[in-house]
Design a protein around this ligand. Structure first.
Ligand code: FAD
Length: 384
């Protein structure tokens, strides 16, 4: 039997528009004060803890969390509006992004009362950064084959293994680790568990992995018989796979999966506004803008599904596949038609283009590669 992917159109409320205006004027103020310059891919690579704290103080982090845990009882669609504006501005949000996007919902759903009280208010204040310890040297796409082990010992758990490509582990206050607690890799999806490990910690070494431009965004994290407390277990022992799958829906569904290069697109549009860039440039700008609009409608529909508790995994995989290809196409189009030389740390469009070129190989890999996402979509549609 085949099925279909349903992405019904969704309209934002008038209250959401007011919220959008508030966020825009806050960002205009920050830009005027010179606290940041727009950057491509800033949600992953530009962390400014003070900026995150200012957002937290305005109630724009942990928005959907209950007020009992320091949150703001707002809807996923209101959060979508804030997220969209921050991404369009290229604001420095990496310090809180992972914590807000996926750890807050995961801890709210699976965490113990003590974990909720410990982490959620700090996340909502913009004071708690998280790293995700899923991938390993031999377990990326095939995540269920993780080899990191957690063994119950007196007073806690002993974790041994190596995680890789761990974004932001060098500044994170905690890392969530996927480890095998029971069975063997042959058991695949059963016997995996998640742990929250506060950082830095004895027995945990964080080594930088530098990207092609020499920057430090991700790491190798080595657990050498690191002992963590009993209550570091997140959720149920052995239910790690189910928990991680739910977490990935949050990780894959947001507008950051098509908006990483929107600051570049905006800067190019601005340049074209002031000069005759030629018919080809205007046509391509129109095409890209139309695609961005379509992706936005799809992403909004996925956010609405999440808000209503409908499972968005398949639609989220589809939007991420289309969205991350769009991000790369923006870079290629601007490179081809803008008539400028990319220059790292250069002013305006030159700097944005250089940064986007250097980051673009990652767009279709991180959070699950496009080939894997297409398999998810195909399986979801009943294609064998
Ligand atoms: C910028 C960036 C940030 C990241 N941050 C994190 C992080 O914070 N935490 C974390 O845990 N991980 C992180 N990752 C890792 C990311 O999740 C993995 O890179 C990704 O899942 C792919 O795994 P891999 O690199 O091991 O590639 P592999 O799994 O080895 O895949 C290599 C290639 O083979 C293809 N392939 C593999 N299996 C199949 C298949 N069955 N069918 C078809 N094609 C296949 C893939 O599509 C890919 O093109 C990050 C990666 C990047 C690039």
């Amino acid at each position: 039997m085949t099925t279909t992917i349903h992405l019904p159109p969704h309209r934002l409320s008038a209250a959401s528009q007011r919220l959008r205006d508030d966020v825009r004027s806050f960002l205009d103020g920050e830009l005027e004060a010179g606290t940041f310059v727009p950057r491509c891919d800033a949600w992953m690579s530009v962390a400014d803890p003070a900026f995150s704290r200012r957002l937290g103080a305005r109630g724009w982090i942990g928005m959907t969390l209950p007020s009992a845990y320091g949150g703001h009882d707002r809807s996923a669609l209101e959060r979508f509006v804030v997220t969209e504006e921050l991404l369009a501005a290229g604001a420095p949000v990496a310090a809180h992004w992972i914590a807000d996007r996926q750890m807050a919902p995961s801890i709210l759903r699976h965490g113990s009362q003590a974990q909720r009280e410990r982490y959620l208010p700090a996340i909502a204040r913009g004071e708690c950064s998280f790293a995700i310890g899923m991938s390993e040297p031999d377990a990326g796409s095939d995540l269920a084959s993780v080899r990191t082990r957690a063994r119950q010992v007196e007073g806690g758990w002993e974790i041994t293994g190596t995680k890789v490509w761990t974004t932001g582990a060098h500044f994170a206050h905690a890392i969530v680790v996927l480890a095998r607690t029971d069975g063997s890799p042959a058991d695949r999806h059963s016997g995996l568990s998640q742990f929250i490990v506060d950082l830095p910690a004895p027995g945990v070494e964080i080594r930088p992995i530098r990207t092609i431009d020499g920057e430090h965004h991700f790491n190798e994290v080595i657990f050498d018989a690191a002992v963590v407390a009993e209550d570091s277990l997140l959720g149920e022992r052995g239910a790690g796979w189910r928990q991680v799958t739910a977490e990935l829906a949050h990780e894959r569904s947001g507008p950051e999966r098509y908006m990483s290069t929107v600051p570049l697109l905006r800067a190019w549009a601005e340049q074209l506004r002031g000069q005759d860039g030629g018919a080809a440039a205007e046509r391509e700008l129109g095409r890209l803008t139309a695609r961005a609009w379509t992706l936005r409608q799809m992403s909004l529909s996925v956010a609405a599904a999440l808000a209503e508790g409908r499972p968005p995994e398949i639609a989220a995989a589809l939007v991420k596949d289309l969205g991350s290809r769009f991000e790369g196409d923006v870079v290629e189009t601007v490179r081809r038609l803008a008539g400028i030389e990319p220059r790292k740390n250069g002013p305006g469009l030159e700097g944005l283009l250089a940064e986007a070129i250097l980051h673009s190989p990652a767009f279709t890999l991180r959070g699950g590669s496009n080939e894997i996402l297409r398999s998810v979509v195909a399986r979801g549609l009943g294609v064998r």
